[in-house]
Structures are given as C-alpha cells and as structure tokens.
Design a protein around this ligand. Structure first.
Ligand code: FES
Length: 274
C-alpha cells in the first residue's frame, strides 16, 4: 500500500512565486494562450505600424480619384513632407521626413501607458507574472514607483492628446463625405473612417483616466449631479475597455491598410454620390 510518505511530492504553490518557472503551477488549463495571442497581435501591430510610418507614401486618396481619404497614421498631416491635398497648409516646415513619425508619438504613447495594455504586456512580454497563479519570471518587484516605469503616470496627459486626435479623425471622417469633382457622396472608405473614429472614441471614453476625471474625487454625488450622470454613463463603457482597446487597435491598422490599397490603385473604393 502506498502511503503519503512514499508518494512523489511535487512542490507547488497556489499563488506562484518570483524568480522563474522552477515551481510548477497547479493550473491545468491553457493559461499560456492569452499571453501568446497578446504577444502575436501586439508584435504584428508594432511591426506593421513601424513599416507604415517609415514608408511615407500611399496614405492619402485625393481629388484624382474623387475621394478625400487619409490614413489615421498620417493625420493631421502638417509637415512640409505631406503630399499635396492631404493638409490644409504646411505648419511644421522643418520636418521633412515622414509625418507619421511625428504624429504616432501621441497615439502610441496613449496605448503604451494605458492601464489595460500595461497589464497585457507586463504579463505577456515580461512574464511579471504571465498569468494568475503562475510564477513571476523576476526575482523582485518595484511596481511603477521608480524609473523608468514611473513615466506610466503620464497616461492622463496622453489621454488629453488622444481626445484632440479623436476630434481630428472625426473631422477626417466627415471630410470623407466630400468627393472632389462629384460633390457629396458615400463610399466604403467613408464607412471605414467613420467606424475607425467611433471605435477610437469608445476606447478613449472607456479609459480609466476618463472615468476618474469625470467622477473621481467627488465626495457626494448628490452635490454633483452632472458629474454623477457622466460617471454613470461612462462606467458601463469602462467595463468593456479591454474589448474597445483591441477592436480600435485592429481597426486603426485596417483603416491604414484600406486607404493604402486604394491610394496605390490596388483596389477601388466603391461608393456613390448625390
Ligand atoms: S486606461 Fe486604457 S486608455 Fe486609459
């Protein structure tokens, strides 16, 4: 008869330990799928965005095609290097390389410091820890109170910048109704720009900083009925922040791909005009 003393003992801990995967986890589910998917999608996005930012062409569909579509990676196009028609007038004359390199600092900074993305990439890339009840790959934990992670605290300011960009991309979507030479019309490109702007608004309005800005610090909601109402509206959105984060990330890349394919003549932007 096998006694408890004879049995092979496997050291496990419920909460995981620091310092690497030397102690196996009790989890028997496929906990690794989520980190693998996160790494794959984020790496693909960063790779594509870097390529799209440096290529510096095919980001605007203009009057020659009776369209007014601009990629979100290149909007607002305010440098001397912008293609004609893609901007209201050159503002930054000394910037002569790709305008996207100047623009993307803000949306990427917003996403990089996002509370949800922090959780996603801390777990997936740094394994700190890779999942609940799985060993942390690092021996110590300093949180975000020291350099360089203390800079994550500027998220609120990127949120403000994000609102400006959302407004500009909404104007781009409205401008996409204008079809030079035809008048007012609607095309697949118009729909793509509208959906992109809507998803970016949902991502921003569901942001934790936004919710705190609207309802945080209020000691008595009854004395701040307007802020209470806004907070109550934003709270359900906030519960779905992760979903909006992924949807808007994928769709902003899709929007750039779509505009790029139309601008390069690879596909036709089907639509109609009045
Ligand atoms: S928490 Fe994700 S955008 Fe602010």
């Amino acid at each position: 008869m096998t006694t408890l003393e004879d049995a092979k003992v496997t050291p496990v801990v419920l909460g995981g330990v620091r310092g690497g995967p030397s102690v196996p986890t009790l989890r028997r589910d496929r906990w690794w799928i989520q980190p693998v998917v996160t790494v794959t999608v984020l790496a693909a996005f960063v790779g594509y965005a870097t390529w799209a930012a440096f290529i510096n062409k095919d980001y605007y569909v203009g009057a020659a095609m009776h369209r007014n579509l601009i990629s979100p990676f290149y909007s607002p196009c305010l440098t001397a290097s912008c293609v004609p028609g893609s901007h209201p007038g050159t503002v930054i004359s000394w910037w002569t390389i790709s305008p996207a390199l100047l623009i993307l600092i803000f949306p990427l900074g917003f996403r990089l410091t996002c509370y949800y993305y922090r959780k996603a990439y801390y777990r997936s890339f740094w394994w700190a820890p890779p999942a609940c009840a799985v060993s942390d790959a690092h021996g110590s934990y300093r949180g975000e109170s020291k350099f360089p992670l203390i800079f994550q605290n500027i998220h609120r300011y990127f949120f403000y910048a994000g609102l400006v960009f959302n407004t500009l991309l909404t104007i781009d979507a409205i401008e996409a109704f204008r079809q030079p030479g035809y008048g007012i019309g609607f095309s697949v490109g118009t729909a793509v720009l509208l959906i992109n702007a809507s998803l970016l608004w949902l991502y921003s309005l569901s942001c934790h900083s936004c919710r705190h800005l609207c309802g945080g610090g209020v000691k008595q909601f009854s004395r701040s009925p307007i802020r209470h109402r806004i907070w109550k509206t934003l709270t359900p959105l906030n519960a779905h922040h992760m979903v909006f984060a992924w949807m808007s990330l994928v769709f902003v890349a899709f929007t750039d791909v779509y505009v790029r394919l139309v601008a390069s003549g690879t596909i036709h932007d089907y639509g109609f005009h009045f």
